[in-house]
Design a protein around this ligand. Sequence first.
Ligand code: FMN
Length: 360
Amino acid sequence: MPRATPRLFEPITINGLTLPHRLWVAPMCMYSSVDGMPSNWHLVHLGSFAIGRAGLIMTEATAVSPEGRITPDDAGIWNDEQAEAWKRPVDFVHGMDSAIGIQLSHAGRKASTWPPTRGRGSVPEAEGGWRTVGPSALAYGDFTAPTALDLDGIRQVVDDYAAAARRSVAAGFDLVEVHAAHGYLLGQFLSPLSNERTDEYGGDAEGRARLLGEVIAAVRAELPSGMPLVLRVSATDWVPGGVTEEDTVRTIGLLPPVDLVSVSSGGNDPRQHINASPGYQQPLSRHVRANIDAPVGVAGLITTPEHAESAITSGDADVVYVARQFLREPTFPLRAAAALQGELPWAWQYNRAKYIESIP
Ligand SMILES: Cc1cc2nc3c(=O)[nH]c(=O)nc-3n(C[C@H](O)[C@H](O)[C@H](O)COP(=O)(O)O)c2cc1C
């Protein structure tokens, strides 16, 4: 009897882009940029996942404007020089027959903070920080309070996303992800805990989703047909009175269509209570997947091939995003394929002389 292909190693096509399998690298901030420039670090870090045969590799949260950076050391794509520099890791990934997407981000009131290795909390302006913006003048915990965006500021955010998407196409990325998760600017607008506006960008669910809808429409207008647009959301704030997974489903229904929804959670309110155990976000992705038309991805303490496979066979998700296990083991998909009896060839450079098989 022919062996059944593990579901994890079945290809998936989203809006014309076929990804060879469903074990994908989640976006991970690297705090390794000067003036937002991707560096040799990004080439080697992202390139290692291509050698490891990831089905799709996501860049870190990449700022659409300088003030949208989480930290001064974040990567960006707000100018042409950065777009040009992104071509190097993008070309390398393509040379390995892998695919790469860019996560477009604006940190809003959670911008201008220290990278974890240099401190915590807001970076003072005197030390290289900047004034932050948000839907309302409400601080995240003890961070410096943001200025509430006026309508011109909101228009600028939409324009910045559109320009970043245009540059992402020019750099050769295979897909674009709009980052509305983890309490960054677009997520701040979605949540009643951070959005107290009384104009058309606040108030009810429709008002709070308006900016995200405008960003998605503006980004889509920059993408050639057949280039997917992914949306990452925090399905719940994990705080009473905040966004719930039911709200998230309703919000997605208010937005222009997207090609895949990546389900994450939390990050908008320090009062959050998360019980993080393996697969802890799968009930959320399962709920979202059951109630929307687009395919769904999930992340969250998935570290074994069997768990990744079961996240798909159980119906919790269509694709699995993994972050930390890829840092431990950039060749995780190759081990997963061997464990699940899927087909995934090593890079020819490693495979040709059968080095891999001959290592005890
Ligand atoms: C070092 C690191 C950096 C991260 N940076 C981002 C980011 O830039 N954008 C994002 O959406 N999530 C980010 N995350 C969250 C991951 O994408 C992922 O959702 C989370 O780590 C759970 O997956 P895991 O248990 O496989 O690590 C980051 C996680 C880690 C560990």
